[in-house]
Design a protein around this ligand. Structure first.
Ligand code: B1M
Length: 232
C-alpha cells in the first residue's frame, strides 16, 4: 500500500500541505493542486501567497529537475497543466483588488517560443495591481505586436522569452518600433529566465523585470512617470 493513496490534503497542516503540493505539481496532479489551492484559500491564505509559495515554489523544483535531465518534456507539460489549474482559481481573486485602473499593457511571448507560464503569471499580477492586460499569447511575430499596439493603444508593451534562441527576437520588435517611429509611444518591459538587465538595456527596452512582482513595480513607476510628464 502506498502512503500517497492515504493522504487527505485537508488533514495536513499548512507546511505539510505546501510540501505535498510541491509533490503533486511535480507529478502533474491537476485536481490535487486545485484542491490544495482551495484548502489554502479556505484557511485564509492570500491568493498571492498561494501563487508564490505553493505554485511558483513547486514549479521551481520542476524547473531544476528538467534542467538536470531528471524530468522530461511530457512530465513538465503535466506539471504546467496542474499549475494552470491552480492559477485559474487564483486569477479572478488576484484581479479582485478593486484597485483603480492604473494603466494598460499588451503582453506576449516572442516568435519561436511557446513558454507561457511566466507571462501568464505576470498578466495575473498586473491585473491584480489594477492594470488592464491584453494577452496576445505565444509565438508572436512582430506583426502581432504591432497590430495589438495599434488596436489596444496600451501604455506598456511586455515581451516574454524563455529560450536563449528566442530572446534576440525582442530586439527585432523594438527595432521595428524604432523604424516606424513608434518606440517612444510605449514603455517596453521585457522578462524571462534567460534575460538580465544588461540584455534589456542592450536591446533598447525600458526595463528588464526579474519576476512578476518586479514587473508590477516597474510598470507602476514608469506609468506614473509618463503621466507626470504628460501633466507637466
Ligand atoms: Co522549456 N525550457 N523548453 N518547456 N522550460 C526552459 C526555459 C529551460 C531553461 C529548461 C532547462 O533546460 N533548464 C530550457 C531553455 C534553455 C535555454 O534556452 N538556454 C528549455 C528548453 C530547452 C525547452 C525546449 C527546447 C525543450 C525541447 O523541446 N527539447 C522546448 C522549447 C519549446 C519552444 O518554446 N519552442 C521547451 C518546452 C517546454 C514545455 C512545453 C515542456 C514547458 C512549457 C509549458 C508552458 O509554458 N505552457 C516548458 C517548461 C515548463 C520549462 C521550465 C521547466 C519552466 C518554465 C516556467 O514556466 N517557469 C523551464 C526551466 C526554468 O525556467 N527553470 C524551461 C516558471 C515561471 C513562473 O517562470 O517563465 O521565468 P518564468 O517567468 C518569470 C520571470 O522570468 C518573469 O516573471 C515570471 C514570473 O515571476 N517573466 C517576465 C517572464 N516573462 C516576463 C515578461 C515580462 C516581465 C517578467 O514582461 C513585462
Amino acid at each position: 500500500m502506498s502512503d500517497e493513496e492515504d493522504i487527505v490534503l485537508s488533514e495536513l497542516n499548512d507546511d505539510e500541505l505546501v510540501e505535498q503540493m510541491f509533490d503533486d505539481l511535480y507529478d502533474g496532479l491537476k485536481e490535487e493542486i486545485e484542491e490544495g489551492v482551495n484548502i489554502l484559500l479556505e484557511r485564509g491564505w492570500t491568493p498571492y501567497d498561494i501563487l508564490t509559495k505553493a505554485l511558483v515554489g513547486g514549479m521551481t523544483i520542476v524547473g531544476h529537475d528538467f534542467r538536470d535531465g531528471i524530468l522530461f518534456v511530457p512530465e513538465v507539460l503535466l506539471a504546467a497543466n496542474a499549475m494552470k489549474g491552480g492559477m485559474t482559481i487564483l486569477k479572478p481573486l488576484l484581479a479582485e483588488t478593486g484597485a483603480p485602473r492604473v494603466g494598460k499593457m499588451v503582453i506576449g511571448t516572442v516568435k519561436g517560443d511557446i513558454h507561457d507560464i511566466g507571462k501568464n503569471l505576470v498578466s495575473m499580477m498586473m491585473e491584480g495591481a489594477g492594470f488592464e492586460v491584453v494577452d496576445i499569447g505565444i509565438n508572436n511575430p512582430v506583426e502581432n505586436y504591432l497590430e495589438a499596439l495599434e488596436t489596444e493603444q496600451p501604455d506598456i508593451l511586455g515581451m516574454s522569452a524563455l529560450l536563449t534562441t528566442t530572446m534576440p527576437y525582442m530586439k527585432v520588435v523594438i527595432d521595428t518600433l524604432v523604424e516606424q517611429g513608434l518606440r517612444e509611444d510605449y514603455i517596453v518591459l521585457v522578462g524571462g529566465a534567460p534575460l538580465n538587465e544588461e540584455f534589456g538595456k542592450a536591446i533598447g527596452a525600458d526595463a528588464y523585470c526579474r519576476d512578476a512582482a518586479v514587473a508590477v513595480e516597474t510598470a507602476k513607476t514608469f506609468v506614473s512617470r509618463k503621466h507626470n510628464q504628460l501633466a507637466g
